[in-house]
Design a binder for this molecule. Sequence first.
Ligand SMILES: [Zn+2]
Length: 73
Amino acid sequence: MRTVVLGPKCFWCKRKPPDLRDLDTGHQWCAGCARDTVHAGDPFLLYEELTPEAAQYTAVLGQWGYHRQPPAE
Ligand SMILES: [Zn+2]
């Protein structure tokens, strides 16, 4: 007997597993879609990293002059 587990998916593309969670909205993003929010000029800055891929997003944020917001205590 095999249990099918539907893992969480990226909020935007609904295909890839999420790499980051936007802590303001609770939406989960894959690294690719998250990067698109930077290019679109509307990145989320308060987030939690779910996978090592999230580092790509942090890097792109820095390249575009954004700064990650530290999580509130
Ligand atoms: Zn996605």
